[in-house]
Design a protein around this ligand. Sequence first.
Ligand code: DAU
Length: 344
Amino acid sequence: MTNTLLITGGAGFIGSHFTKYWIATHLQDRVVALDALTYAGNTANLAEVWNDPRFRFIPGRIQDQASVEWIFKTEKITRVVNFAAESHNDRSLLDPGALIQTNVYGVSVLLEAARKFGVERFLHVSTDEVYGTTDTGVFKEDDPLLPNTPYSAGKAGGEMVVRAHHVAYGIPTLVTRGGNTFGPNQYPEKLISFSLTRLLQGKKIPLYGDGSQRREWIAVRDHCAGIATVLEKGEPGQIYNVGDHNERTNLWIMQRLLSELGMDERLIKRIEDPRGGAHDRRYSMDTAKLQRMGWKPERSFDEALSATVRWYRENESWWRPIVESEDYQTFVRRFYGRYLGEDL
Ligand code: DAU
């Protein structure tokens, strides 16, 4: 059967990779990408599919009910994959209220449109951060939600709205909770993309606190394949963790990037932890539920990380305009100014 997917946040990092993945692997389907083109959205991320007759791009926000309803109606959407979100913890600490509009209210607008027009599947992309932090053990899908930052609280709120629409109205919802994702085209604000673009400009990279916090890293293509598996085979009303078991400390990641670039460890600048008490120490997920549906990560972590370093080296034309933009420089000054001083 032919489907028309609405992919929200389609010009963002994971959303654009998923859009390209879907167009390449589902030759009968159409994709409508909706994106607000805020600071993190970039139509250049969609260059490969831009002229494909099965692809359409619509600029707009998921909070805009009239536009969302118009898209459902005119495009006859059968499946929704919601990537649209404010996704950065550090920005959320500077401006905790702003993300509620997208990460909570926008989810409700999409679900209401799905209720009004009917969809076969509604997949909401969430994060392992909704579980909070754990020093030992792994998060399972039915663990309690204990988010610690405004960003993760907003994501948890979005999930609650999804759950209620499934229970109250029978919307065939699915939720995925992904781990820390990396790869080409990631806006240069996250640990790997921020560090790489700074190092390539000859700047120091800020290590928060002692750098012993651990994250579980997954290559963007594997994350997309996990979401696709849930979209195809998941059971409505269910939640699925999407993670690879590459647990590394932040210090390890920085050292690895430096060694890939042949640079000196003195480029690491240890700073007082800007996240303070909201800095989660460790994430780790049990992914057995997703693996039972046949998904497994395809790319080795080492290989994917090396490919990412190469991509940033070779695609300065993609990231240079971003790091030189007013919005980016304002954020870096506001968030890192007092910690980096002359190394800003
Ligand atoms: O776990 C999934 C989540 O991963 C996603 O839901 C979020 O959208 C995504 O931003 C990411 O959240 P984190 O806060 O874990 O990612 P981030 O790359 O911002 O930071 C990773 C770790 O590295 C964290 O412990 C803070 C630290 N860090 C980060 C930056 C940017 C540094 O030490 N220095 C840095 O310059």
